[in-house]
Design a protein around this ligand. Structure first.
Ligand code: NAD
Length: 476
């Protein structure tokens, strides 16, 4: 990409006269391009543009907003192929996955466009005659969104579409690692005819942007997806100004295979979810607890599946797993494996870097990893699967709940009572049993405990962007 990825502020694409930084290619090829950094004046202008546009956008009829958003969704579908290609270059995932992400993002926009038309209020019976009491839902105001690099388009779209569907405007800081696909996403909204200032896009120094944008008086809410430590900082910045926050933070999702499970189906789903996007998925399963009766079969199956994965540049036909996003993730994977094996863990597949160029790491399966290993305590965010055996379901649930995270949990069982027990007792914002059933636009996505608060997606995700206003009128 020859041009630096630009900013989009108050309806203008901006890049000249500003600093920029390199956008590395995670596959080890020359840099994918450069990304423009916003100045403090740019950030002020973006927040002011979002605040100025809010009055008109929030008062536009939900029907008209929906029409514009659906047009943006159609443009995104039309442009899915070139946008997916940009994403492969800067993020590394296989082309088919990138394309699926873009098409899925259009689906998110359609859903938010429609659900924004159904943000109903209530009429509350009054205690005396002649009084009308109404509780209505109003857009909360301009939002500052912060989206990560693992799903450049679908993470950003959840914030943009949710905010806009509810009648909010947004300044979104998209990831500097993957700016080009985010620029093209925002271009779909711009080309759909949204008024200037409704969507604003910035890049730059992440800490500088959040420290400047969150306290800005024009911003009323923040929505962040990323790691727990950064979420803690951003949540504190929002709390200091009493601004609402949706925090979608890390996880360390348990995957429980019960004694009566369909083990072949469990292996297929485990491998598919664990190694998708090179394991860089906040809701990916990352601790596998398997009943001792099925343990050997599960480990053998997962090892076979891991070894069958074809690693490489996402453009190469047949590649099923791309590189990690940056060298920091590679170092983290090496540290997890070294620490686990030092503590008695047994390496059953992978465990090393793949090749000498690019951030490739082999799909890895470990067994006998003790609970105090770093891999069992910290979010791995990479292609490493530790598998442990259990004999009692209660002990598996207790291990699953032992960490401060609570984003997603998976389980396999054929018994409805066991499924109900897991659903009740697992401390997790999302639970999916016998299949992968999370992250659709119409279902709530979010965690509990240190995995954050608030939802993206579902009716709950729209509620995040509205506030309640109560009016009581005595007719004279
Ligand atoms: P990181 O914590 O440095 O960054 C994570 C994301 O937050 C990046 O997009 C980054 O630009 C942004 N960020 C960092 N500091 C910020 C700040 N002060 N203000 C605003 N934004 C800020 O970690 P990393 O090395 O890039 O990624 C690894 C970790 O990030 C993983 O362990 C995982 O926990 C987390 N992560 C989570 C998700 C998710 O979907 N929940 C996505 C990407 C990364």
């Amino acid at each position: 990409m020859t041009q630096a990825a630009p900013l989009y502020i108050a309806g203008e694409w901006l890049q000249s006269g500003r600093d920029s930084s390199a956008v590395p290619d995670p596959s080890g090829l020359p840099d994918a391009g450069r990304v423009t950094h916003a100045t403090l004046a740019d950030l002020d202008r973006a927040a002011e543009a979002a605040a100025d546009a809010f009055r008109g956008w929030s008062r536009m009829s939900a029907y008209d907003r929906s029409t514009l958003l659906r047009r943006a969704a159609d443009l995104l579908r039309d442009r899915a192929d070139p946008i997916a290609r940009l994403m492969v270059r800067e993020q590394g995932k296989p082309l088919a996955e990138a394309r699926g992400e873009v098409i899925g993002a259009a689906d998110h926009i359609d859903w938010a466009a429609e659900e924004g038309r159904r943000l109903y209020g209530r009429m509350i019976p009054a205690r005396m005659p002649g009084v009308l009491q109404i509780a209505r839902k109003e857009a909360i105001g301009p939002v500052a969104g912060f989206s990560p690099w693992n799903f450049p388009v679908s993470q950003a779209v959840r914030k943009i579409a949710g905010a806009l569907g509810a009648g909010c405007t947004i300044v979104v800081k998209c990831p500097e690692e993957t700016p080009y696909s985010c620029v093209e996403l925002v271009r779909c909204f711009a080309d759909a005819g949204l008024p200037a200032g409704v969507v604003n896009l910035v890049f730059g120094q992440p800490a500088q942007i959040s420290e400047h944008l969150i306290p800005h008086p024009g911003i009323r809410m923040i929505s962040f997806t990323g790691s727990v430590p950064v979420g803690r900082q951003l949540g504190a910045l929002a709390a200091a100004r009493v601004k609402r926050a949706t925090l979608e933070l890390g996880g360390h999702s348990p995957f429980i295979v019960c004694e009566d499970a369909d083990v072949e189906a469990a292996i297929k789903l485990a491998a598919g979810l664990k190694f998708r996007n090179a394991g860089q998925v906040c809701a990916a399963p990352s601790r596998f607890y398997v009943h001792e009766a099925l343990y050997d079969a599960f480990v053998d199956g997962l090892v076979t599946a891991a070894k069958a994965i074809k690693i490489g540049n996402g453009f190469e036909p047949g590649v099923t797993m791309g590189p990690l996003a940056n060298p920091r993730r590679l170092t983290a994977m090496e540290r997890f494996v070294a620490d686990a094996t030092l503590r008695g863990g047994k390496l059953r597949a992978g465990g090393r870097r793949h090749g000498s160029a690019g951030n490739f790491f082999e799909p890895t399966v470990l067994t006998d990893v003790p609970d105090d290993a770093a891999l069992m305590l910290e979010e791995p965010f990479g292609p490493i699967a530790p598998v442990s055996a259990f004999s009692s379901l209660d002990s598996a649930i207790q291990q699953a709940n032992a960490l401060p995270f609570g984003l997603a949990a998976f389980a396999f069982t054929r018994n409805f009572a066991t499924a109900e027990k897991l659903s009740t007792e697992l401390e997790s914002g999302m639970i999916s049993i016998n299949h992968f059933g999370i992250a659709a636009p119409e279902t709530p996505f979010g965690g509990m405990k240190e995995s954050g608060y608030g939802s993206e997606g579902g009716t709950e995700g729209m509620e995040a962007f509205v506030t309640t206003k109560f009016t009581s009128v005595l007719g004279l």
